[in-house]
Design a protein around this ligand. Structure first.
Ligand code: LMR
Length: 395
């Protein structure tokens, strides 16, 4: 039976990251997977996480299962982090949330809930979007529609086209939005544009589903959640998938949360019960370690301050790398790369063809996705000139 199964191609992102790791060229540059790397090319552990981990290891007395909804301190901390501590939604107890295995787990739980509530729901996704959205949501049986989003000519959001396409989204449909730091293009909506989409949701009755995996890495923790919070304040219903992979550096610990904003407290509790049944079908209960660490960081004033300070420094460094790369590329190529500085978070498209991206890999050991999506956080003082020279050479 099993022999009938063929070998599948490697995942587009993970496969390229592995190819880069296997490249013997000491000058290789890894701009593939969305991982923050410091000047030494290391993905660091936050000081606050390290401290929480020391305390956890010293105090932990059991490895019994986590409660199905996850760690309470984590869930509460995530609600406050994402929605804001003084959110009216929290005051009115209109949010239910469960811990999930990473942002991916949260997306999947969200998809299960959508399917249970509206089996024929169409999920509107931006063109382009993170490629993993398709298997994560599609394998539950949901179908997709695409809305125009990124305009390669202007290197920005084509908001008129987006709004025009979303006019076709109706009650029972879901519109998937990137909370901040759009993956893969880095071009985000302005707060005013978030307001327009919120008004469309009110008028047309579709439900927004916000994937927020990079809060704190664009402009800051509060600013990056402003669009999401605007929607939470205005709309009766909202689904959110949040991740601690990037902003707490808990990538391998698979730490995320699915949040459901509902019309009232009873409905929020009903949604949690639905999420728990869905989780039991898939993975039973969430992993402990990452959420116990994040829960400690979020609930301790000292650790939270230390974490926020380190995250701010990370965010500033990414924005510094954005302007540094823009300057180098403009100087060497004589072309306009101003968009790199305007875009947010880890990713930007360089605007190269798949052939140029391939040449960069083959001839220079510079690895980016075929779409020319780069992880800006993979750039450092040691590789920025080499990178800018290589890109200029293939232009
Ligand atoms: C990425 O887009 O590189 C990250 O979100 C990591 C992943 O799982 O794809």
């Amino acid at each position: 039976m099993l022999e009938k199964l063929e070998r599948l191609p490697a995942d587009t992102i993970l496969g390229l990251a592995a190819a880069c790791r296997a490249d013997p060229n000491p000058d290789r540059v890894d701009l593939t997977i969305g991982i923050y790397m410091d000047e030494q090319g290391v993905c660091p552990v936050f000081g606050a996480v390290r401290e929480a981990q020391r305390a956890l290891v010293a105090e932990e007395v059991t490895k019994a299962y986590m409660p199905p909804a996850g760690d309470e301190a984590f869930n509460l901390g995530m609600q406050r982090l994402v929605l804001g501590a003084d959110s009216p939604v929290l005051r009115d107890r209109r949010v239910g949330s469960v811990q999930a295995p990473g942002g991916c787990g949260a997306l999947r739980i969200g998809a299960e809930i959508i399917r249970a509530a509206a089996p024929d729901a169409r999920v509107w996704v931006s063109d382009p979007t993170w490629p993993v959205h398709f298997p994560l949501l599609g394998s539950v049986g949901l179908s997709f529609e695409t809305y125009r989003y990124y305009d390669p000519a202007s290197h920005g959001v084509d908001f008129d086209a987006m709004a025009q396409d979303l006019k076709k989204a109706v009650a029972g449909d879901v519109v998937l939005l990137h909370g901040c730091c759009h993956n893969p293009c880095g071009a985000d909506l302005s707060l005013e544009q978030w307001g327009v989409i919120a008004a469309m949701a009110e008028r047309q009755g579709f439900t927004p589903f916000i994937d927020i995996a990079y809060q704190g890495l664009g402009d800051g923790l509060e600013q990056d959640a402003a669009g999401l919070r605007l929607m939470a304040d205005r709309l009766p219903e909202l689904i959110i998938a949040a991740s601690c992979s990037k902003n707490m550096g808990l990538y391998r610990e698979r730490t995320g949360a699915a949040l459901f904003i509902c019309r009232d407290e009873a409905n929020a509790q009903a949604l949690v019960s639905q999420a728990l049944v869905a989780a039991r079908r898939i993975y039973s209960m969430p992993p402990a370690h990452g959420a116990l660490l994040a829960g400690r960081v979020l609930s301790s004033e000292t650790l939270a301050v230390s974490w926020r300070t380190e995250l701010e420094a990370m965010c500033q460094r990414i924005n510094g790398l954005r302007s540094g790369l823009r300057q180098k590329l403009e100087k060497k190529s004589g072309r306009d790369f101003g968009f790199i500085e305007r875009e947010k978070g880890m990713f930007s498209f360089l605007g190269l063809s798949p052939e140029q991206a391939l040449r960069l890999r083959r001839e220079y050991s510079v690895y980016m996705l075929d779409s020319s999506r780069i992880n800006v956080a993979g750039v450092n003082a040691g590789n920025i000139d080499y990178l800018a020279d290589a890109v200029t050479a293939v232009l």
